[in-house]
Ligand binder design. Structure first.
Ligand code: ZN
Ligand code: ZN
Ligand code: FE
Length: 765
């Protein structure tokens, strides 16, 4: 039996061993470069029974992607069933993601009679760190950061006993032989008592965890929350919360069965759920500012379990960094960088090899959707259609923001954990290290390297360097084509699939015509695309300044549509008009006239920003891209699904269809002047925008005889929009593809790039 999937480092061989013994079968099992190889003395009926039993008893972290059965023709006469050790030279088939402490280990952690009672690094084959501690292949203790901790005889005995839950659990350890925790500067004190004291007194505690450091404080303490925000210089993004159990979480958010399942899964992500009205009375505003959702996670490491004991209320648990910088992983670095933020630091001495942030998921349109895919999910491979099986291996380097990389070969896409925004120099360095490490861990030798068209992305430049130094081909892929190919690939479309209508709505991506794209209707397959339509072009006065200052987008919209003078005159009393009047508009106007630093964009993200500005949502300045648009969605979610909708116009332009915002503005400003409540205005914009997107899609699908629509881009992380467009297009009889395994923001781009690159190579050979 050849078994492929996540079958190494998860207790798969011992399970095979148990099943074979229980069924009285003889043979052996080993790991190799393709997965697990089982030799079984069995007839067909016995082999079927064996596979059935194996699937039933699959270890929690294992995943069987495929298995094949073939007759054994060699002379094989085993006397019993045995486990063979890994051949040290073969590459791993897959690395399992870090997994939350399993129920059996939690029970031992809390059992005074267990030898690991309150031991903060308890783990077993079914749980514990993986990606965060691996340095090289194969996944064996000497190749992880556990190599610094030789096992004591008791741990060693567990490790070598196939009947033990800790058989070949690489991070296996105990208080006698394993890593330890302490509070910096208080070597002899009981660390968890001191940690609890810090939190109770309203202090800020830095905690070294699995894939990085967290900063924690009492979530009910408004002063502590504000202090954390100030010291961390994090103004825009909401803070994630960690609570002891589901009962605590239930007091703050509306949680359904699938939310609970996600929270309790081995991946233990942050799940964004709707905030309960009474939660706002007890939680300080500083937790999530203008958000209607709260992000919760459960304790996922023994350290968290020990820390949360005795807390009936949540703790803020946010990544341990200054805003925009990557999360700290190194002890001395953390002591340095976090000393100004945290009052105390809960440290440990196991090295974090790979930074792995918390994953963030928001259920939308009936499915969990990734906002960030990292701990618990990466680097588990995503299976693409088997027609990709014979493509040469390609390495894709993603975009610039929310960066990930993708290794595609043998129809398996290994997408890295979220690596962050490459504008930051530290993140960019780490990105290059991770690219090298992944190639090393997976013994990956790409034939081509795929990058974004944008020449100035750090990832594009790194790809150019790699291609030159390693003598590989370099392939450039347009940003929104990659977005659409990513949805197609994760939905299992074959390499030669018919074209789909791709709708890519996002912030900004480099177009092929010198403008910046971001509101695109593309007819696309894996080899090519054609731009059939887009949102009307609008200048961004000041270039990147317009990303940070949404009022610029609003003024540019009004000006470019020829509406500014009229709007300013008829609605002069509105605060937003007065605000715009206070800006140096003649200077901006002159810039536009002369085409200075005001690139044209069809970005849907900028349009959302402009509309948010009319309601004075972060109109002066946002702290990160998309903040104003998120606030607009939060506001719209307070209003009912009402009939109103601001129209956009669908126009025939010489190069395709154009969605014009011209009719939207007068209608919106009329409502503003009439004193219509802001949530209703926000809702009407969502409705109108969604309807126009659908109308444009239906028109184009009709013209081009397309039957499938693929949705991608960060703007589709908007729940109202996604749910409206998905249900509307499905009702119209179209097949709608959307992201389930990757984020629809730029975190999903690397897979699309890789699929396009693979098709490109396959076409030529
Ligand atoms: Zn466990
Ligand atoms: Zn030990
Ligand atoms: Fe994008």
């Amino acid at each position: 039996l050849r078994i492929r999937g996540l079958v190494q480092g998860v207790g798969f061989r011992p399970t095979v061993w148990h099943v074979a013994r229980d069924l009285g079968l003889k043979g052996d099992v080993r790991n190799d470069g393709d997965g697990v190889w089982v030799r079984l003395l069995a007839d067909e009926r016995q082999a079927d029974a064996f596979m059935r039993e194996l699937r039933d008893r699959l270890p929690p972290l294992a995943r069987i992607d495929a298995f094949e059965q073939c007759p054994l023709d060699e002379d094989f006469q085993p006397s019993d069933f045995s486990i063979h050790h890994s051949d040290q030279t073969t590459p791993l088939t897959g690395i399992v993601p870090d997994a939350a402490t399993c129920p059996a280990c939690v029970a031992e952690l809390n059992d005074p009679n267990n030898r690991r009672y309150r031991y903060p690094f308890i783990n077993c084959t079914h749980c514990g760190p993986r990606l965060s501690i691996i340095r090289a292949i194969p996944y064996d203790r000497p190749n992880t950061s556990m190599d610094a901790f030789p096992m004591c005889p008791t741990c060693e005995a567990e490790y070598t006993d196939p009947a033990d839950r800790r058989y070949h659990a690489q991070p296996n350890a105990c208080a006698d032989c394993g890593p330890r925790v302490w509070i910096e500067g208080y070597a002899s004190a009981e660390p968890f008592e001191l940690a609890a004291e810090t939190l109770r007194k309203g202090g800020i505690l830095a905690i070294k965890g699995i894939g990085g450091f967290h900063l924690a404080c009492d979530a009910h303490n408004a002063e502590a929350v504000d202090t954390l925000r100030q010291r961390k210089r994090r103004y825009g993004k909401p803070f994630a919360l960690m609570a002891r159990d589901l009962d605590v979480i239930r007091r703050y958010v509306h949680m359904d069965g699938s939310d609970q399942e996600l929270l309790q899964s081995p991946a233990a992500p942050i799940v964004l759920m709707g905030r309960r009205a009474d939660a706002s009375q007890v939680l300080p505003k500083g937790i999530a500012l203008d958000h209607e959702t709260l992000g919760f996670m459960l304790p996922y490491s023994p350290i968290h379990h020990l820390l949360l004991q005795g807390w009936d209320t949540p703790l803020v648990m946010t990544s341990g960094n200054l805003s925009d910088e990557p999360q700290c992983t190194d002890n001395s670095e953390a002591a340095n960088r976090l000393s100004d933020i945290a009052d105390r630091v809960l440290m440990h001495d196991r090295v974090i090899v790979n930074r792995v942030d918390d994953s963030v998921i928001r259920p939308m349109a009936g499915k969990p959707r990734f906002y960030r895919r990292a701990r618990g999910y990466a680097p588990a491979p995503i299976l693409v259609h088997e027609s990709f099986k014979d493509c040469p291996p390609v390495l894709a380097l993603g975009a610039e923001l929310k960066s990930t990389i993708c290794l595609l070969s043998q129809a398996r896409a290994t997408v890295s954990q979220h690596l962050g925004d490459l504008e930051d120099a530290r993140t960019s360095d780490e990105f290059e290290r991770t690219t090298a490490l992944y190639q090393h861990i997976f013994a990956f030798k790409p034939q081509a390297i795929v990058v974004d068209l944008h020449p100035d992305y750090r990832s594009s430049r790194h790809g150019e360097n790699l291609a030159t130094t390693d003598g590989r081909e370099l392939i450039r892929v347009q940003h929104h084509h990659a977005h659409i190919a990513s949805v197609m690939a994760e939905n299992g479309l074959p390499m030669d699939a018919n074209p789909v209508l791709g709708i890519a709505l996002d912030g900004l991506g480099y177009g092929t015509d010198g403008t910046i794209w971001g509101g695109e209707f593309l007819k696309a397959n894996f080899s090519d695309f054609k731009r059939l339509g887009h949102l009307v072009n609008t200048p961004m006065p000041g270039g990147t300044q317009a990303i940070l200052e949404p009022w610029r987008d609003l003024w540019a919209q009004l000006h470019a549509r020829g509406l500014w003078d009229d709007t300013a005159a008829s609605h002069a009393h509105l605060p937003i008009i007065q605000f715009l009047q206070s800006k140096p508009l003649p200077v901006l106007e002159n810039m536009l006239k002369r085409g200075l630093n005001s690139p044209l964009t069809s970005s849907a993200g900028r349009l959302f920003d402009a509309v948010a500005a009319t309601l004075q949502l972060h109109h002066e300045r946002v702290h990160q891209e998309g903040q104003a648009a998120i606030a607009l969605e939060q506001l719209a979610s307070q209003a009912d699904d009402s009939a109103g909708a601001y129209p956009l116009a669908l126009c025939e332009a010489d190069h395709g269809l154009e969605l014009d915002t011209q009719p939207l503005w007068p209608a919106l400003f009329e409502d503003l002047s009439r004193g219509t409540p802001a949530p209703i205005i926000a809702r009407h914009f969502h409705q109108g925008f969604g309807q126009s997107i659908m109308q444009c899609a239906l028109t184009l699908c009709g013209h081009e005889a397309l039957e499938s629509v693929a949705l991608s881009g960060g703007v589709f992380q908007n729940r109202i929009l996604l749910e409206q467009v998905v249900s509307g297009l499905e009702k119209a009889g179209l097949e709608v593809l959307h992201h389930e395994h990757l984020p629809s923001n730029d975190g999903g781009i690397s897979l699309g790039q890789a699929a396009i690159g693979a098709r490109h190579l396959a076409d030529r050979s």
